[in-house]
Design a protein around this ligand. Sequence first.
Ligand SMILES: NC(=O)c1ccc[n+]([C@@H]2O[C@H](COP(=O)([O-])OP(=O)(O)OC[C@H]3O[C@@H](n4cnc5c(N)ncnc54)[C@H](O)[C@@H]3O)[C@@H](O)[C@H]2O)c1
Length: 331
Amino acid sequence: MKIVITGGAGFIGLNLARAIIRRGTLTGPSGQQEEVDNILLFDQAVPDCLPDGLDERVTMRAGDISDRDTVFGLVDRDDISVFHLASVVSGGGEKDFDLAMRVNLDGGRHVFEAARARRGLPRVLFASSVAVFGGDAMPHVVGDSTKQTPQTTYGMTKSIGELMINDYTRKGFFDGRTVRLPTIFVRPGKPNAAASSFASGVIREPLNGEECILPVKTDVQMALLGYRNAVAGFVGLHEADGEAIGDDRAVSLPGNTYSVAEMIEGVKRVAAVNNIESGPITVRPDPAIEVIVAGWATHWEASRAKALGLPNDENMDRVIQDYIDDFMPAR
Ligand SMILES: NC(=O)c1ccc[n+]([C@@H]2O[C@H](COP(=O)([O-])OP(=O)(O)OC[C@H]3O[C@@H](n4cnc5c(N)ncnc54)[C@H](O)[C@@H]3O)[C@@H](O)[C@H]2O)c1
């Protein structure tokens, strides 16, 4: 079978591709385990060479998700699953409303229509976000069925995507599943435009011996999940029994709540264990980031994910150690 990962050159997309390569099979529209013979990574820009951990089963294509014909060209087999991850992220969506609408709404609709046009019921996994919740209506602990009152354009587009996934599934157009993510850490490489980007930067930059400029105060709390378990959540929800998911196709992945101060303690602890001299952290609040982050859920309850057996992190130190093992091989 073929797997399409939109946003496939991004943080989660690449790690998801590696996990599918290692696994070798997924459940196809036939309902049976099928060998994955092609993973297509689609993104607005793709690397010149195949990143580590991928092999000849992987192809990469550059293009714009908001171009309908391009998207229909990606979803070109009936034995297919689509992981739709391409997105303008939170900070980017606040800066450019029209871009967020075009990429997240129009692009999402093209992906869903392309899957709908296939024979059978391909599985379509959609990456949603904690940003669908927020504002005065949000309770202290957010759960799977908390009312969605997003406080960013990004969160609004994710909320609409969730509703489309539910309705396309109800109509029998495809078998849709939404993976609703807390903030995922530790992103390797460069920061992205997500307002939550500092949650990775506060770990990554010190481990690389670089200075981290923190755009929020250290008492800020966030729900976080390590990237290994985020990827396991995508694969696990893809493989889950559709009946067990029911008519609400959206499942919040688990996460643990940490303050930024706890993240700083964590990186120092794990750096010491690995004999790494960590770089300095400077708090320099950025009001544009602070206001977005203040609107997000901090306490996160993921009972549906737990019932489906989707994993949570053991603790923060484990995730930081995973990052060192996976992304700092030169050490
Ligand atoms: N990482 C997190 O903490 C987090 C949290 C909640 C939700 N999510 C969601 O998970 C998904 C993946 O996140 P990520 O962390 O890998 O983000 P990422 O920014 O690394 O990846 C998203 C990819 O989408 C691509 N993209 C953007 N516009 C595009 C366009 N017009 N056409 C084609 N590709 C385009 C980007 O180039 C990027 O590579 C996103 O949908 C994101 O909103 C992520």
